[in-house]
Design a protein around this ligand. Structure first.
Ligand SMILES: CC(=O)N[C@H]1[C@@H](OP(=O)(O)OP(=O)(O)OC[C@H]2O[C@@H](n3ccc(=O)[nH]c3=O)[C@H](O)[C@@H]2O)O[C@H](CO)[C@@H](O)[C@@H]1O
Ligand SMILES: C=C(OP(=O)(O)O)C(=O)O
Length: 424
């Protein structure tokens, strides 16, 4: 199993290109199931998760071609197998996003229940309840969701009792081919949902309210071929902004969009990390990140967009671990998303978890250590802690990182980090 070895203490300087967002690419790939013609995605990232989604769609019968140099992915064809098997779904929860499209286009689907994962139990009740309101019959049997809609899905008014990114995406996709008007109320507003909605519109869907928490979708008979450019990954950008925060220096996050960093940018500034939007000039636009003075402790609470993203919580904690003063970090989205804390504490951090909150007392220096991560963002937070630390850090279980970061060690080494992958 590969590991990453790094030595901290070097300021970062230069340019890091930001890739297409994992959390946009996955639903966009699932949307290809809805289309009569090919879907071409540009700015498509080459990640373990996009490879898993490609395998899932291929076993459904679609063709998926990814030119990783040109970053262009083309998906086409018709589904001949409507089963999403456990072996692929267990690898990646976003696999559940094939349920809505398969049901809407083919009237049936059998999708493995995804189960929980390291960060929480993560039920899919909101996805199922919404599809049932649209006329689907769903039985749970032997770990699978058996769904049918023999007469097709019907538009419905669906009120989400809790904001869910995945349920909003599944129902948005299903509604594009349903009969009549669907209204999604209390919908998630993450930029990745806007991106999906824009792509669906390019495919011929009729959607109003994009960017708000109330989406209105008038079903159409068919969707057609389209080309769509995947939005830049705001979590990758935020992660590298925290890297500059812990090391100091100055890095241009090429392609990053300030408006998608939102609350994360505000909180980083409060903590002493400077961020400046650089307008596109040729291809060099993005967000310039700099830290020239000390870091300060800031309290944050994770919330659905436009609040502070749960997917940035662990990285921000690495920053707070070396800030002056204390900070309280409260996780409201997932019940078990502090697994990085004991590993950071082994590196000399002073963090106490009290229920949903972690109290971080900043220290002047961390010390490198061998560490182990249990999920994607915990892994990157330990890389950040390693960049802040004196001595050597070895991050084990790199496969978590490869789910969501493309060429991480190359991108960091190119701006001066002492980091390498140890093939295992
Ligand atoms: C591939 C992808 O885009 N993943 C993101 C997506 O995950 P995902 O779509 O799984 O996250 P949700 O927004 O659905 O989850 C938010 C909360 O709602 C709960 N819930 C969700 C659905 C449901 O049917 N019932 C229910 O109770 C979840 O357990 C969680 O506590 O949004 C999360 C929250 O921003 C991010 O951390 C993930 O990176
Ligand atoms: C939790 C995440 O992803 P997923 O929903 O795919 O597990 C993430 O991207 O941080």
């Amino acid at each position: 199993m590969d590991r990453i070895r790094l030595r901290g203490g070097r300021p970062l300087k230069g340019t890091i290109p930001i890739g297409g967002a994992k959390n946009a690419a996955l639903p966009l790939m699932a949307a290809a199931l809805l289309s009569e013609g090919p879907l071409t995605l540009t700015n498509a990232p080459a990640l373990d998760d996009t490879r898993t989604m490609a395998r899932l769609l291929e076993q459904h019968g679609l063709s998926v071609a990814h030119d990783t140099q040109a970053r262009i992915m083309t998906l086409g064809g018709t589904a001949t197998n409507l089963v999403a098997p456990y072996d692929l779904v267990r690898k990646m929860r976003a696999s559940v996003l094939v349920l809505g499209p398969l049901l809407a286009r083919y009237g049936q689907a059998k999708v493995s229940l995804p189960g929980g994962c390291a960060i929480g139990t993560r039920p899919v009740d909101l996805h199922l309840k919404g599809l049932e309101q649209m006329g689907a019959k769903i039985d749970l049997d032997s770990g699978y969701m058996n769904a049918t809609a023999p007469e097709g899905l019907k538009g419905a008014k669906i009120y989400f009792s809790q904001v869910s990114v995945g349920a909003t995406e599944n129902l948005l996709m299903a509604a594009t081919l349903a009969d009549g008007l669907t209204e999604l109320v209390n919908a998630a507003r993450e930029p990745e949902i806007d991106d999906l909605a824009q792509c669906l519109v390019a495919m011929g869907a009729r959607i109003e309210g994009i960017g708000t928490d109330r989406l209105r979708i008038e079903g159409v008979k068919t969707l057609h071929a389209a080309t769509h450019s995947i939005v830049p990954d705001r979590i990758e950008a935020g992660s590298f902004a925290c890297a500059v925060g812990v090391t100091g220096g100055e890095v241009l996050l090429q392609g990053a969009r300030m408006e998608h960093l939102g609350t994360v940018a505000r909180v980083l500034r409060e903590a002493g990390v400077e961020l400046e939007e650089v307008p596109p000039n040729g291809s060099a636009g993005g967000v310039l990140v700099r830290r020239s003075s000390g870091l300060r402790g800031v309290d944050v609470m994770t919330e659905p967009f436009p609040g502070f993203a749960t997917d940035m919580q662990a990285q921000f904690m690495a920053l707070m671990a070396v800030a002056e003063g204390a900070s309280m970090i409260t996780e409201t989205i997932f019940e078990n998303r502090f697994m990085h804390v004991p590993e950071m504490n082994r590196m000399g951090a002073r963090i106490n978890v009290q229920g949903r909150s972690a109290i971080v007392r900043g220290v002047s220096r961390l010390s490198g250590a061998p560490v182990m991560a249990t999920d994607l963002r915990a892994s990157i937070s330990l890389i950040l802690a390693g960049l802040a630390a004196g001595g050597e850090t070895i991050v084990n279980r790199v496969y978590h990182l490869d789910r969501g970061y493309e060429r991480l060690e190359e991108k960091l080494a190119a701006v001066g980090a002492d980091i390498e992958r140890l093939p295992g």
